[in-house]
Ligand binder design. Structure first.
Ligand code: ARG
Length: 461
């Protein structure tokens, strides 16, 4: 296979070096974007009178044929093709002969590869955003079903205050909402057309970058050709954003691992997302949750890998930049897989309502409310805190819960206690009284769920 750049070379490339330097084994997944970019470029060359219309049209229909062929048969993984751009140009030459050489007028692989990657990322990010939305929808659906389920809210993994399970699930909705926002943001920033930057400095030929911008559906052309061919920070932004999203998923997964343990027994994951053990017949393991937690490692690794590759690179294009693609592809695949898997896991999760309610009453989770009760009777909070602390100590010593003490016992600690204290520490009341904006009161949660459903158009189904 003749190199695109063979003219000034006497010797062919060493076979091993061809293998060492090739990227076709992984950049072939950009073939659609590469062809789409070439067609837009060719249309622009025709419009500007840089190549004759007749020849340009032949090139375009041959490119369309190549696209079809590649979709049907795939791309041969031959390292002598070097990269996807070379492969497509050589196929073009086989189809239209020497005029194939006109396509690369006013273009370099340096702007071509940035274009391909940006087009690929626009598609991937759109998919990731809709997978995030799918998971959010499942969380909201579960939240709606579990609004009356009460469980202990934790701090330090110790029982803190009772909350609605809907509240806990919606916490993940809002976490994902920020991930969704970050991806939308990343999409906005990368939405600039690199085509026409050429090798690094633009071109003396009369190209029209605004026209290709329109054809390819970008917001605007990039402003500086040298920056354009060197820029990979839009990939870094994607990798960081994906890293944060994976970490958020991993936290949800960690909770599912803990909650599905017999000690917690808060959730039963569906058989569809679990596996068994080859030796212990009783086992049902939360593999999806564990693997998602585990896959964070490679996603963070991919981010670190590109950060280090870019550090200290002089302008403009350097071949080091070829190392951007494998981490990018791996992260996009991993995140999409994780979002789908976690969505399935949440969809099939069965929460153990009785167990959660039982545990919500353990660990003196109403203690804060009891202190607030005294505050309402005019006792300073610090003083109330001390009194309740002593009552808790008394309960521990006598193996009693707060709702099991008699009014006489309460009065020994403080004269202000009256019969209505029991209402104040009733578990439902404790949850519903937290009406401060963003609190766990079921009225607020119902309103929030309705608002989300309305905004997203999820009312039906
Ligand atoms: N395979 C190359 C990459 O991924 C494409 C650009 C090559 N440009 C060059 N001047 N060798 O970065």
């Amino acid at each position: 296979m003749g190199k695109l750049w063979g003219g000034r070379f006497d010797k062919g490339t060493n076979r091993f070096i061809e293998e060492y330097t090739e990227s076709i084994s992984f950049d072939q997944r950009l073939f659609k974007e590469d062809i789409k970019g070439s067609i837009a470029h060719c249309r622009m060359l025709i419009k500007q009178g840089i190549i004759p219309e007749e020849e340009g049209k032949k090139i375009i229909s041959a490119l369309e044929e190549i696209l079809k062929e590649a979709e049907e048969k795939g791309i041969p993984c031959d390292p002598s093709y070097e990269d996807i751009h070379t492969y497509i140009e050589s196929r073009l030459r086989e189809k239209v002969g020497d005029i194939a050489g006109k396509l690369h007028t006013a273009r370099s692989r340096n702007d071509q590869i940035v274009l391909d990657v940006k087009l690929y990322m626009k598609r991937e990010i759109a998919q990731i955003i809709s997978l995030i939305e799918e998971l959010q929808k499942n969380l909201v659906k579960k939240a709606e079903e579990e609004i009356d389920t009460i469980l202990p809210g934790f701090t330090h993994l110790q029982h803190a205050q009772p909350v609605s399970l809907a509240f806990h699930l919606l916490a993940y909705f809002w976490m994902l909402e920020r991930d969704r926002g970050r991806f939308k943001d990343a999409l906005k920033r990368l939405d600039e057309n690199p085509l026409g930057s050429c090798a690094l400095a633009g071109t003396a030929l009369p190209i029209d970058r605004f026209y290709t911008t329109e054809l390819l559906g970008f917001e605007k052309p990039t402003e500086n050709a040298m920056d354009t061919v060197s820029n990979r920070d839009f990939i870094l932004e994607f990798l960081s954003t994906a890293g944060i999203a994976m970490i958020n998923l991993s936290r949800l997964c960690e909770e599912m691992v803990i909650w599905s343990s017999p000690e917690f027994s808060f959730v039963e994951l569906s058989d569809e997302v679990c596996t068994g053990s080859s030796i212990m017949p009783q086992k049902k393991n939360p593999d999806v949750a564990e693997l998602t937690r585990g896959k964070v490692g490679r996603v963070i690794g991919n981010l670190v890998s590109l950060l280090v590759t870019l550090k200290g690179l002089p302008l403009s294009y350097n071949r080091d930049l070829q190392e951007d693609k494998e981490p990018l592809f791996d992260t996009a695949d991993t995140l999409k897989g994780a979002l789908k898997a976690v969505s399935l896991m949440i969809e099939g999760a069965k929460f153990n309502r009785e167990r959660m309610r039982l545990m919500a009453k353990e660990g003196f989770t109403e203690a804060t409310d009891l202190a607030d009760y005294l505050v309402k009777k005019g006792i300073p909070f610090r003083e109330a805190h001390r009194i309740i602390g002593e009552i808790v100590k008394y309960c521990i010593a006598n193996s009693k819960r707060l709702d099991e003490l008699s009014l006489t016992e309460y009065k020994k600690f403080c004269q202000e206690f009256e019969e209505d204290l029991y209402k104040a520490i009733d578990i439902e009341n404790v949850v519903d009284s937290r009406k401060s904006y963003g609190g766990t009161s079921r009225t607020l949660l119902k309103e929030q769920i309705e608002r989300i459903k309305k905004e997203r158009g999820w009312q039906k189904g």
